[in-house]
Design a protein around this ligand. Structure first.
Ligand code: HXC
Length: 519
Protein backbone atom coordinates (compact mmCIF):
# COMPACT_ATOMS: atom_id res chain seq x y z
CA UNK A 1 0.00 0.00 0.00
CA UNK A 2 1.57 3.30 -1.00
CA UNK A 3 1.03 6.49 0.94
CA UNK A 4 -1.84 7.64 -1.22
CA UNK A 5 -3.56 4.29 -0.66
CA UNK A 6 -3.07 4.73 3.08
CA UNK A 7 -4.76 8.10 2.97
CA UNK A 8 -7.59 6.65 0.90
CA UNK A 9 -7.93 3.84 3.44
CA UNK A 10 -8.35 6.39 6.21
CA UNK A 11 -11.01 8.27 4.24
CA UNK A 12 -12.85 5.02 3.52
CA UNK A 13 -12.73 3.91 7.14
CA UNK A 14 -14.09 7.26 8.29
CA UNK A 15 -16.85 6.98 5.74
CA UNK A 16 -17.68 3.49 6.99
CA UNK A 17 -17.79 4.68 10.59
CA UNK A 18 -20.13 7.55 9.70
CA UNK A 19 -22.61 5.08 8.23
CA UNK A 20 -23.15 3.49 11.68
CA UNK A 21 -25.46 0.50 11.40
CA UNK A 22 -26.33 1.32 7.78
CA UNK A 23 -28.80 3.40 5.84
CA UNK A 24 -31.72 1.08 6.37
CA UNK A 25 -31.45 1.33 10.15
CA UNK A 26 -31.00 5.11 9.88
CA UNK A 27 -34.26 5.29 7.94
CA UNK A 28 -36.00 3.28 10.64
CA UNK A 29 -34.60 5.75 13.18
CA UNK A 30 -36.00 8.69 11.19
CA UNK A 31 -39.34 6.97 10.69
CA UNK A 32 -39.73 6.88 14.49
CA UNK A 33 -39.33 10.68 14.60
CA UNK A 34 -35.77 10.33 15.92
CA UNK A 35 -32.46 11.75 14.71
CA UNK A 36 -29.27 9.77 14.31
CA UNK A 37 -26.49 10.16 16.86
CA UNK A 38 -24.38 12.26 14.45
CA UNK A 39 -27.29 14.53 13.56
CA UNK A 40 -27.86 15.14 17.26
CA UNK A 41 -24.24 16.09 17.86
CA UNK A 42 -24.34 18.42 14.89
CA UNK A 43 -27.29 20.35 16.32
CA UNK A 44 -25.88 20.40 19.84
CA UNK A 45 -22.45 21.80 19.06
CA UNK A 46 -21.22 24.92 17.27
CA UNK A 47 -20.91 24.28 13.57
CA UNK A 48 -17.72 22.45 12.62
CA UNK A 49 -16.46 22.25 16.20
CA UNK A 50 -16.82 18.49 16.80
CA UNK A 51 -13.62 16.48 17.27
CA UNK A 52 -14.36 12.78 17.36
CA UNK A 53 -12.42 10.20 19.36
CA UNK A 54 -12.29 6.44 18.96
CA UNK A 55 -13.98 6.23 15.61
CA UNK A 56 -12.21 2.94 14.85
CA UNK A 57 -13.04 1.13 18.08
CA UNK A 58 -14.79 -2.22 17.66
CA UNK A 59 -16.05 -4.74 20.21
CA UNK A 60 -14.01 -7.83 21.12
CA UNK A 61 -16.82 -10.35 21.56
CA UNK A 62 -17.06 -13.73 19.94
CA UNK A 63 -20.26 -15.13 21.40
CA UNK A 64 -23.53 -15.39 19.43
CA UNK A 65 -21.76 -14.76 16.14
CA UNK A 66 -20.80 -11.24 17.17
CA UNK A 67 -17.35 -11.53 15.58
CA UNK A 68 -19.14 -11.41 12.22
CA UNK A 69 -20.82 -8.12 13.08
CA UNK A 70 -18.30 -5.33 13.44
CA UNK A 71 -19.28 -1.68 13.29
CA UNK A 72 -16.64 1.03 13.60
CA UNK A 73 -17.31 3.07 16.73
CA UNK A 74 -19.24 0.26 18.45
CA UNK A 75 -22.54 2.08 18.89
CA UNK A 76 -21.47 5.31 20.53
CA UNK A 77 -20.00 8.50 19.15
CA UNK A 78 -17.71 10.38 21.53
CA UNK A 79 -15.60 13.50 21.50
CA UNK A 80 -15.69 17.19 22.22
CA UNK A 81 -16.73 20.41 20.59
CA UNK A 82 -17.97 23.82 21.64
CA UNK A 83 -21.23 25.47 22.62
CA UNK A 84 -21.03 29.24 22.15
CA UNK A 85 -17.27 28.81 21.91
CA UNK A 86 -16.91 26.93 25.24
CA UNK A 87 -15.54 23.37 25.33
CA UNK A 88 -18.07 20.58 25.95
CA UNK A 89 -17.52 16.81 26.02
CA UNK A 90 -20.24 14.71 24.49
CA UNK A 91 -21.27 11.14 23.84
CA UNK A 92 -24.23 10.04 21.75
CA UNK A 93 -25.37 6.44 21.62
CA UNK A 94 -26.04 5.20 18.10
CA UNK A 95 -29.22 3.12 18.08
CA UNK A 96 -28.45 1.87 14.55
CA UNK A 97 -25.58 -0.24 15.94
CA UNK A 98 -26.79 -3.10 18.15
CA UNK A 99 -29.62 -0.83 19.34
CA UNK A 100 -27.07 1.50 20.96
CA UNK A 101 -26.48 -1.25 23.51
CA UNK A 102 -23.57 -0.89 25.87
CA UNK A 103 -20.60 -3.22 25.44
CA UNK A 104 -17.29 -3.22 27.26
CA UNK A 105 -15.65 -1.11 24.53
CA UNK A 106 -18.67 1.20 24.19
CA UNK A 107 -18.37 1.91 27.94
CA UNK A 108 -14.62 2.48 27.63
CA UNK A 109 -15.21 5.14 24.99
CA UNK A 110 -17.62 6.97 27.28
CA UNK A 111 -15.25 6.67 30.25
CA UNK A 112 -12.39 8.07 28.20
CA UNK A 113 -14.19 11.33 27.48
CA UNK A 114 -15.53 11.51 31.03
CA UNK A 115 -11.97 11.30 32.34
CA UNK A 116 -10.82 13.96 29.94
CA UNK A 117 -13.76 16.25 30.73
CA UNK A 118 -12.71 16.06 34.38
CA UNK A 119 -9.05 16.82 33.60
CA UNK A 120 -9.94 19.73 31.35
CA UNK A 121 -12.77 20.95 33.60
CA UNK A 122 -15.51 21.03 30.96
CA UNK A 123 -19.20 20.02 31.07
CA UNK A 124 -20.35 16.61 29.89
CA UNK A 125 -23.45 15.98 27.78
CA UNK A 126 -24.65 12.39 27.35
CA UNK A 127 -27.24 11.56 24.69
CA UNK A 128 -28.91 8.28 25.57
CA UNK A 129 -30.70 6.06 23.07
CA UNK A 130 -29.99 2.45 23.92
CA UNK A 131 -31.38 -1.03 24.45
CA UNK A 132 -29.27 -1.25 27.62
CA UNK A 133 -26.55 -3.77 28.40
CA UNK A 134 -25.37 -5.60 25.27
CA UNK A 135 -26.97 -8.90 26.00
CA UNK A 136 -24.31 -10.98 24.22
CA UNK A 137 -21.56 -9.54 26.45
CA UNK A 138 -23.17 -10.39 29.76
CA UNK A 139 -21.34 -9.32 32.86
CA UNK A 140 -18.70 -7.26 31.01
CA UNK A 141 -21.34 -4.79 30.00
CA UNK A 142 -22.58 -4.56 33.60
CA UNK A 143 -19.06 -3.70 34.65
CA UNK A 144 -18.98 -1.08 31.90
CA UNK A 145 -22.07 0.58 33.35
CA UNK A 146 -20.58 0.64 36.81
CA UNK A 147 -17.40 2.26 35.44
CA UNK A 148 -19.60 5.05 34.08
CA UNK A 149 -21.64 5.37 37.28
CA UNK A 150 -18.52 5.81 39.39
CA UNK A 151 -17.29 8.56 37.08
CA UNK A 152 -20.69 10.28 37.20
CA UNK A 153 -20.45 10.26 40.98
CA UNK A 154 -16.91 11.63 41.13
CA UNK A 155 -17.71 14.29 38.52
CA UNK A 156 -20.81 15.43 40.45
CA UNK A 157 -20.24 18.94 41.71
CA UNK A 158 -17.01 19.27 39.70
CA UNK A 159 -18.30 19.62 36.14
CA UNK A 160 -21.91 20.13 35.05
CA UNK A 161 -23.40 16.89 33.67
CA UNK A 162 -26.47 16.90 31.45
CA UNK A 163 -28.34 13.87 30.09
CA UNK A 164 -30.63 13.80 27.10
CA UNK A 165 -32.94 10.80 26.77
CA UNK A 166 -33.97 10.42 23.15
CA UNK A 167 -35.04 6.79 23.02
CA UNK A 168 -35.18 3.80 25.36
CA UNK A 169 -33.27 4.01 28.63
CA UNK A 170 -34.10 0.97 30.72
CA UNK A 171 -32.84 -1.18 33.56
CA UNK A 172 -29.68 -0.12 35.33
CA UNK A 173 -28.95 2.19 32.40
CA UNK A 174 -31.25 4.78 33.96
CA UNK A 175 -28.80 5.32 36.79
CA UNK A 176 -26.17 7.19 34.83
CA UNK A 177 -28.64 9.95 33.85
CA UNK A 178 -30.07 9.87 37.38
CA UNK A 179 -26.60 10.66 38.75
CA UNK A 180 -26.22 13.72 36.49
CA UNK A 181 -27.48 17.24 37.14
CA UNK A 182 -30.24 17.56 34.55
CA UNK A 183 -32.32 15.15 32.47
CA UNK A 184 -34.07 16.28 29.30
CA UNK A 185 -36.52 13.87 27.66
CA UNK A 186 -38.07 14.05 24.22
CA UNK A 187 -41.86 13.75 24.26
CA UNK A 188 -43.33 10.44 23.03
CA UNK A 189 -40.02 9.06 21.72
CA UNK A 190 -38.18 8.49 25.00
CA UNK A 191 -38.81 6.16 27.92
CA UNK A 192 -37.07 5.55 31.22
CA UNK A 193 -37.79 2.75 33.66
CA UNK A 194 -36.00 0.28 35.89
CA UNK A 195 -38.34 -2.50 34.74
CA UNK A 196 -40.46 -2.27 31.59
CA UNK A 197 -44.19 -2.94 31.14
CA UNK A 198 -43.70 -6.65 30.38
CA UNK A 199 -41.77 -7.46 33.54
CA UNK A 200 -44.08 -5.21 35.52
CA UNK A 201 -47.03 -7.28 34.30
CA UNK A 202 -45.33 -10.58 35.13
CA UNK A 203 -44.19 -9.58 38.60
CA UNK A 204 -47.03 -7.41 39.84
CA UNK A 205 -49.91 -8.18 37.47
CA UNK A 206 -50.19 -4.49 36.67
CA UNK A 207 -51.12 -3.67 33.08
CA UNK A 208 -49.57 -0.40 32.07
CA UNK A 209 -48.49 1.20 28.81
CA UNK A 210 -44.87 2.13 28.17
CA UNK A 211 -45.84 5.82 28.00
CA UNK A 212 -47.70 5.77 31.31
CA UNK A 213 -44.91 3.80 32.99
CA UNK A 214 -41.89 5.78 31.82
CA UNK A 215 -42.81 8.44 29.26
CA UNK A 216 -41.55 12.01 29.31
CA UNK A 217 -44.82 13.52 30.55
CA UNK A 218 -45.00 11.15 33.50
CA UNK A 219 -41.38 11.80 34.50
CA UNK A 220 -41.79 15.56 34.13
CA UNK A 221 -44.99 15.83 36.16
CA UNK A 222 -45.10 12.89 38.59
CA UNK A 223 -41.74 11.28 39.34
CA UNK A 224 -39.70 14.45 38.83
CA UNK A 225 -37.00 12.40 37.10
CA UNK A 226 -37.12 14.63 33.99
CA UNK A 227 -36.21 18.28 34.48
CA UNK A 228 -37.39 19.32 31.05
CA UNK A 229 -39.48 17.87 28.22
CA UNK A 230 -38.82 18.77 24.62
CA UNK A 231 -41.47 18.49 21.93
CA UNK A 232 -38.82 17.03 19.65
CA UNK A 233 -35.10 16.31 19.70
CA UNK A 234 -34.16 19.53 17.94
CA UNK A 235 -35.85 21.51 20.70
CA UNK A 236 -34.21 19.32 23.35
CA UNK A 237 -30.74 19.93 21.96
CA UNK A 238 -31.32 23.69 21.87
CA UNK A 239 -32.53 23.48 25.49
CA UNK A 240 -29.18 21.93 26.42
CA UNK A 241 -27.32 24.77 24.70
CA UNK A 242 -29.44 27.25 26.66
CA UNK A 243 -28.89 25.43 29.97
CA UNK A 244 -25.13 25.40 29.44
CA UNK A 245 -25.17 29.18 28.88
CA UNK A 246 -25.98 29.66 32.59
CA UNK A 247 -23.27 27.35 33.89
CA UNK A 248 -19.57 27.71 34.55
CA UNK A 249 -17.23 25.17 32.98
CA UNK A 250 -16.51 23.67 36.39
CA UNK A 251 -16.77 24.29 40.13
CA UNK A 252 -13.64 26.45 40.22
CA UNK A 253 -14.96 28.97 37.72
CA UNK A 254 -17.65 31.62 37.84
CA UNK A 255 -20.66 31.34 35.55
CA UNK A 256 -20.17 33.17 32.23
CA UNK A 257 -20.97 36.87 32.61
CA UNK A 258 -21.83 38.95 29.57
CA UNK A 259 -22.83 42.46 28.55
CA UNK A 260 -26.30 43.55 29.62
CA UNK A 261 -28.32 45.98 27.53
CA UNK A 262 -31.34 45.92 29.85
CA UNK A 263 -31.12 48.96 32.20
CA UNK A 264 -30.34 47.78 35.72
CA UNK A 265 -32.46 50.59 37.22
CA UNK A 266 -35.55 49.71 35.18
CA UNK A 267 -38.59 50.49 37.37
CA UNK A 268 -41.53 48.12 37.12
CA UNK A 269 -44.55 50.08 38.33
CA UNK A 270 -46.86 47.10 37.92
CA UNK A 271 -45.07 45.38 40.82
CA UNK A 272 -46.45 48.04 43.17
CA UNK A 273 -49.95 46.87 42.18
CA UNK A 274 -49.33 43.13 41.98
CA UNK A 275 -50.07 41.87 45.50
CA UNK A 276 -53.84 41.63 46.09
CA UNK A 277 -55.27 43.30 49.21
CA UNK A 278 -56.92 40.02 50.14
CA UNK A 279 -54.13 37.80 51.55
CA UNK A 280 -55.94 34.67 50.31
CA UNK A 281 -56.03 35.84 46.72
CA UNK A 282 -53.34 34.28 44.52
CA UNK A 283 -51.11 35.95 41.95
CA UNK A 284 -48.47 34.58 39.61
CA UNK A 285 -44.97 34.88 41.04
CA UNK A 286 -43.61 34.40 37.53
CA UNK A 287 -44.85 37.94 36.81
CA UNK A 288 -42.35 39.11 39.43
CA UNK A 289 -39.55 36.96 38.03
CA UNK A 290 -40.05 38.09 34.43
CA UNK A 291 -40.30 41.72 35.56
CA UNK A 292 -37.03 41.84 37.45
CA UNK A 293 -34.59 39.69 35.42
CA UNK A 294 -32.57 40.76 32.37
CA UNK A 295 -34.69 41.03 29.23
CA UNK A 296 -37.57 39.18 30.98
CA UNK A 297 -35.78 35.89 30.20
CA UNK A 298 -36.20 32.98 32.59
CA UNK A 299 -35.30 29.32 31.94
CA UNK A 300 -37.60 27.29 34.14
CA UNK A 301 -36.55 23.86 35.39
CA UNK A 302 -39.06 21.21 36.50
CA UNK A 303 -41.90 23.33 35.08
CA UNK A 304 -44.54 20.62 35.46
CA UNK A 305 -43.36 19.16 38.78
CA UNK A 306 -44.23 20.55 42.24
CA UNK A 307 -45.63 23.70 40.70
CA UNK A 308 -46.05 25.29 44.14
CA UNK A 309 -42.38 26.21 43.92
CA UNK A 310 -40.64 27.67 40.87
CA UNK A 311 -36.94 27.14 40.13
CA UNK A 312 -34.83 28.16 37.17
CA UNK A 313 -32.07 30.30 35.75
CA UNK A 314 -31.97 33.96 34.78
CA UNK A 315 -29.46 36.79 34.58
CA UNK A 316 -29.05 40.05 36.45
CA UNK A 317 -26.84 42.62 34.76
CA UNK A 318 -25.53 39.87 32.49
CA UNK A 319 -24.55 37.44 35.29
CA UNK A 320 -26.38 34.11 35.76
CA UNK A 321 -28.24 33.30 38.97
CA UNK A 322 -30.55 30.58 40.22
CA UNK A 323 -34.05 31.69 41.18
CA UNK A 324 -36.28 29.94 43.72
CA UNK A 325 -39.80 31.29 44.26
CA UNK A 326 -42.87 30.07 46.11
CA UNK A 327 -45.83 30.09 43.70
CA UNK A 328 -49.05 31.41 45.34
CA UNK A 329 -50.90 30.46 42.16
CA UNK A 330 -50.54 26.75 42.93
CA UNK A 331 -51.60 25.31 46.30
CA UNK A 332 -51.05 28.80 47.75
CA UNK A 333 -47.30 28.27 47.45
CA UNK A 334 -47.23 25.84 50.37
CA UNK A 335 -44.11 23.72 50.96
CA UNK A 336 -44.76 20.00 50.62
CA UNK A 337 -42.56 16.95 50.07
CA UNK A 338 -42.15 17.40 46.33
CA UNK A 339 -41.55 21.15 46.48
CA UNK A 340 -38.94 20.69 49.20
CA UNK A 341 -37.07 18.02 47.21
CA UNK A 342 -37.25 19.98 43.98
CA UNK A 343 -35.94 23.21 45.46
CA UNK A 344 -33.28 21.48 47.60
CA UNK A 345 -31.75 19.78 44.60
CA UNK A 346 -31.75 23.06 42.66
CA UNK A 347 -30.20 25.08 45.51
CA UNK A 348 -27.44 22.47 45.82
CA UNK A 349 -26.73 22.63 42.08
CA UNK A 350 -26.39 26.41 42.30
CA UNK A 351 -24.08 26.11 45.29
CA UNK A 352 -21.88 23.54 43.53
CA UNK A 353 -21.42 25.80 40.54
CA UNK A 354 -21.08 29.27 42.07
CA UNK A 355 -24.47 30.54 41.01
CA UNK A 356 -25.92 33.12 43.43
CA UNK A 357 -29.41 32.26 44.63
CA UNK A 358 -32.23 34.80 44.51
CA UNK A 359 -35.24 33.63 46.52
CA UNK A 360 -38.72 35.17 46.29
CA UNK A 361 -40.74 34.26 49.37
CA UNK A 362 -44.50 33.94 49.67
CA UNK A 363 -45.11 30.82 51.71
CA UNK A 364 -48.01 30.10 54.07
CA UNK A 365 -46.12 27.22 55.73
CA UNK A 366 -45.67 23.48 55.34
CA UNK A 367 -48.61 21.46 54.04
CA UNK A 368 -50.44 19.79 56.95
CA UNK A 369 -51.90 16.28 56.87
CA UNK A 370 -51.22 12.59 57.33
CA UNK A 371 -50.13 12.09 53.71
CA UNK A 372 -47.31 14.56 54.23
CA UNK A 373 -46.34 13.37 57.70
CA UNK A 374 -46.38 9.70 56.72
CA UNK A 375 -44.45 10.54 53.57
CA UNK A 376 -41.69 12.06 55.67
CA UNK A 377 -42.16 15.81 55.21
CA UNK A 378 -39.91 16.20 58.27
CA UNK A 379 -36.96 14.75 56.37
CA UNK A 380 -37.84 16.29 53.01
CA UNK A 381 -38.39 19.75 54.47
CA UNK A 382 -35.06 19.34 56.25
CA UNK A 383 -33.41 18.77 52.86
CA UNK A 384 -34.37 22.25 51.73
CA UNK A 385 -33.29 23.76 55.02
CA UNK A 386 -29.99 21.87 54.76
CA UNK A 387 -29.43 22.99 51.18
CA UNK A 388 -29.95 26.66 51.99
CA UNK A 389 -28.03 26.47 55.24
CA UNK A 390 -24.93 24.84 53.76
CA UNK A 391 -24.86 26.97 50.58
CA UNK A 392 -22.00 29.46 50.57
CA UNK A 393 -22.86 31.28 47.32
CA UNK A 394 -24.42 34.77 47.62
CA UNK A 395 -27.97 34.39 48.89
CA UNK A 396 -30.54 37.15 48.44
CA UNK A 397 -34.13 36.72 49.61
CA UNK A 398 -37.04 39.04 49.01
CA UNK A 399 -40.22 38.43 50.97
CA UNK A 400 -43.15 39.48 48.82
CA UNK A 401 -46.00 38.49 51.08
CA UNK A 402 -46.39 35.56 53.49
CA UNK A 403 -43.50 34.05 55.38
CA UNK A 404 -44.86 31.95 58.18
CA UNK A 405 -43.52 29.48 60.69
CA UNK A 406 -40.88 26.88 59.88
CA UNK A 407 -41.21 27.70 56.20
CA UNK A 408 -39.99 31.24 57.00
CA UNK A 409 -36.78 29.85 58.47
CA UNK A 410 -36.27 27.47 55.55
CA UNK A 411 -36.64 29.97 52.71
CA UNK A 412 -33.16 31.53 52.80
CA UNK A 413 -33.71 33.27 56.13
CA UNK A 414 -31.06 35.47 57.73
CA UNK A 415 -30.26 32.77 60.27
CA UNK A 416 -29.49 30.25 57.51
CA UNK A 417 -26.75 32.67 56.47
CA UNK A 418 -28.93 34.65 54.08
CA UNK A 419 -26.69 37.52 52.97
CA UNK A 420 -29.23 40.15 52.04
CA UNK A 421 -32.87 39.84 53.07
CA UNK A 422 -35.33 42.37 51.71
CA UNK A 423 -39.08 42.55 52.12
CA UNK A 424 -41.84 44.34 50.30
CA UNK A 425 -44.19 46.49 52.45
CA UNK A 426 -46.82 43.79 51.79
CA UNK A 427 -44.77 41.16 53.66
CA UNK A 428 -46.28 39.25 56.58
CA UNK A 429 -43.56 37.62 58.65
CA UNK A 430 -44.79 35.76 61.74
CA UNK A 431 -45.04 32.44 63.52
CA UNK A 432 -48.41 31.70 61.95
CA UNK A 433 -51.36 33.32 60.15
CA UNK A 434 -53.72 35.54 62.18
CA UNK A 435 -56.67 33.13 62.20
CA UNK A 436 -54.76 30.15 63.58
CA UNK A 437 -52.91 32.33 66.06
CA UNK A 438 -56.09 33.81 67.55
CA UNK A 439 -57.71 30.38 67.87
CA UNK A 440 -54.78 29.26 70.00
CA UNK A 441 -54.11 32.45 71.95
CA UNK A 442 -57.77 33.19 72.71
CA UNK A 443 -59.02 29.61 72.98
CA UNK A 444 -60.40 29.98 76.52
CA UNK A 445 -62.19 33.27 75.81
CA UNK A 446 -63.67 31.86 72.59
CA UNK A 447 -65.14 28.90 74.48
CA UNK A 448 -66.77 31.23 76.99
CA UNK A 449 -68.61 33.30 74.34
CA UNK A 450 -72.05 31.90 73.66
CA UNK A 451 -73.51 34.39 71.19
CA UNK A 452 -72.41 33.79 67.61
CA UNK A 453 -72.50 37.46 66.70
CA UNK A 454 -70.35 38.37 69.66
CA UNK A 455 -67.88 35.63 68.73
CA UNK A 456 -67.53 36.92 65.14
CA UNK A 457 -66.98 40.46 66.41
CA UNK A 458 -64.41 39.31 68.96
CA UNK A 459 -62.53 37.27 66.37
CA UNK A 460 -62.48 40.14 63.87
CA UNK A 461 -61.12 42.54 66.49
CA UNK A 462 -58.41 40.17 67.64
CA UNK A 463 -57.39 39.31 64.08
CA UNK A 464 -57.07 42.98 63.27
CA UNK A 465 -54.94 43.49 66.35
CA UNK A 466 -52.70 40.53 65.46
CA UNK A 467 -52.36 41.62 61.85
CA UNK A 468 -51.36 45.11 62.84
CA UNK A 469 -48.78 43.79 65.24
CA UNK A 470 -47.31 40.91 63.23
CA UNK A 471 -48.52 40.77 59.62
CA UNK A 472 -45.98 43.23 58.34
CA UNK A 473 -42.24 43.33 57.60
CA UNK A 474 -41.36 45.87 60.28
CA UNK A 475 -41.43 43.53 63.25
CA UNK A 476 -38.71 41.40 61.53
CA UNK A 477 -36.90 44.53 60.35
CA UNK A 478 -36.85 45.80 63.95
CA UNK A 479 -34.63 42.87 64.89
CA UNK A 480 -32.48 43.11 61.74
CA UNK A 481 -33.84 39.84 60.31
CA UNK A 482 -34.88 41.91 57.29
CA UNK A 483 -32.18 44.29 56.07
CA UNK A 484 -34.52 46.73 54.37
CA UNK A 485 -38.10 47.15 53.25
CA UNK A 486 -38.06 48.04 49.56
CA UNK A 487 -40.53 49.45 47.09
CA UNK A 488 -41.67 46.59 44.82
CA UNK A 489 -41.08 48.50 41.58
CA UNK A 490 -37.43 48.99 42.55
CA UNK A 491 -36.74 45.28 43.09
CA UNK A 492 -34.61 44.78 39.97
CA UNK A 493 -32.22 47.56 40.88
CA UNK A 494 -31.92 46.53 44.52
CA UNK A 495 -31.25 42.90 43.49
CA UNK A 496 -28.60 43.89 40.95
CA UNK A 497 -26.85 46.06 43.52
CA UNK A 498 -27.01 43.32 46.13
CA UNK A 499 -25.48 40.84 43.68
CA UNK A 500 -22.74 43.28 42.70
CA UNK A 501 -21.88 43.81 46.35
CA UNK A 502 -21.80 40.09 47.09
CA UNK A 503 -19.74 39.17 44.01
CA UNK A 504 -16.58 38.87 46.10
CA UNK A 505 -18.26 37.00 48.96
CA UNK A 506 -16.08 34.34 50.59
CA UNK A 507 -17.57 31.87 53.03
CA UNK A 508 -16.33 28.41 53.99
CA UNK A 509 -18.03 25.54 55.75
CA UNK A 510 -16.09 23.67 58.46
CA UNK A 511 -13.73 21.04 56.98
CA UNK A 512 -15.31 17.60 56.77
CA UNK A 513 -15.39 14.56 54.50
CA UNK A 514 -18.89 15.41 53.41
CA UNK A 515 -22.09 16.47 55.11
CA UNK A 516 -24.86 14.01 55.91
CA UNK A 517 -27.90 15.64 54.29
CA UNK A 518 -31.15 13.97 55.47
CA UNK A 519 -31.87 11.75 52.46
C1 HXC B 1 -27.91 -6.29 22.00
C2 HXC B 1 -29.73 -5.19 21.16
C3 HXC B 1 -30.14 -4.84 22.46
C4 HXC B 1 -29.34 -5.27 23.55
C5 HXC B 1 -31.58 -4.03 21.08
N1 HXC B 1 -30.66 -4.68 20.33
N2 HXC B 1 -31.28 -4.12 22.38
N3 HXC B 1 -28.64 -5.91 20.93
N4 HXC B 1 -28.23 -5.99 23.25
N5 HXC B 1 -29.63 -4.96 24.80
C6 HXC B 1 -30.61 -4.78 18.87
C7 HXC B 1 -31.72 -5.64 18.30
O1 HXC B 1 -31.31 -6.98 18.28
C8 HXC B 1 -31.85 -5.06 16.90
O2 HXC B 1 -30.81 -5.55 16.11
C9 HXC B 1 -31.58 -3.59 17.12
O3 HXC B 1 -30.87 -3.49 18.34
C10 HXC B 1 -32.84 -2.76 17.23
O4 HXC B 1 -33.70 -3.38 18.17
P1 HXC B 1 -35.26 -3.59 17.90
O5 HXC B 1 -35.76 -4.51 18.95
O6 HXC B 1 -35.47 -3.98 16.47
O7 HXC B 1 -35.80 -2.13 18.07
P2 HXC B 1 -37.15 -1.61 18.72
O8 HXC B 1 -38.29 -2.42 18.17
O9 HXC B 1 -37.17 -0.15 18.52
O10 HXC B 1 -37.05 -1.96 20.26
C11 HXC B 1 -36.07 -1.35 21.05
C12 HXC B 1 -35.98 -2.00 22.46
C13 HXC B 1 -35.80 -3.52 22.28
C14 HXC B 1 -37.28 -1.68 23.22
C15 HXC B 1 -34.83 -1.35 23.18
O11 HXC B 1 -34.73 -3.76 21.38
C16 HXC B 1 -35.48 -4.22 23.56
O12 HXC B 1 -36.38 -4.50 24.35
N6 HXC B 1 -34.20 -4.53 23.75
C17 HXC B 1 -33.75 -5.26 24.90
C18 HXC B 1 -33.76 -4.40 26.08
C19 HXC B 1 -33.19 -5.09 27.27
O13 HXC B 1 -33.82 -5.97 27.87
N7 HXC B 1 -31.92 -4.78 27.58
C20 HXC B 1 -31.21 -5.34 28.65
C21 HXC B 1 -31.73 -4.63 29.87
S1 HXC B 1 -30.86 -5.08 31.28
P3 HXC B 1 -30.91 -5.66 14.52
O14 HXC B 1 -29.65 -6.32 14.11
O15 HXC B 1 -32.14 -6.47 14.26
O16 HXC B 1 -31.03 -4.27 13.99
C22 HXC B 1 -29.76 -3.90 31.39
C23 HXC B 1 -28.98 -4.01 32.61
C24 HXC B 1 -28.15 -2.82 32.80
O17 HXC B 1 -29.61 -3.07 30.58
C25 HXC B 1 -27.57 -2.88 34.18
C26 HXC B 1 -26.67 -1.76 34.45
C27 HXC B 1 -26.23 -1.77 35.89
Amino acid sequence: MNNQDKIKQLIDLRERARKGGGEERMEIQHSKGKLTARERIQILLDEGSFEEYDMFVTHRSHEFGLEEQQYLGDGVITGHGTIDGRVIYVYAQDFTVFGGSLSETHARKICKIMDQAMKVGAPLVGINDSGGARIQEGVRSLAGYAEIFERNILASGVIPQISAIFGPCAGGAVYSPALTDFIIMSDKTSHMFVTGPRVTKTVTGENISIEALGGAQMHASRSGVAHMVAENENEGLLMIRKLISYMPQNNLEDPPAGECTDPIDRLEDMLNELIPDNPNEPYDVKDVIYAIVDHHEFLEIHRQYAMNIIVGFAKFNGSPVGIVANQPNHMAGVLDIEASRKAARFVRFCDCFNLPIVTLVDVPGFLPGSAQEHGGIILHGAKLMFAYGEATVPKIAITLRKSYGGAHDVMSSKQLRGDINYAWPTAEIAVMGPKGAIEILEGKTLKSIEEREEMVKFLAEKEKEYKEKFSNPYEAARYGYIDDVIEPRNTRFRTVRALQTLATKKEMNPPKKHANIPL
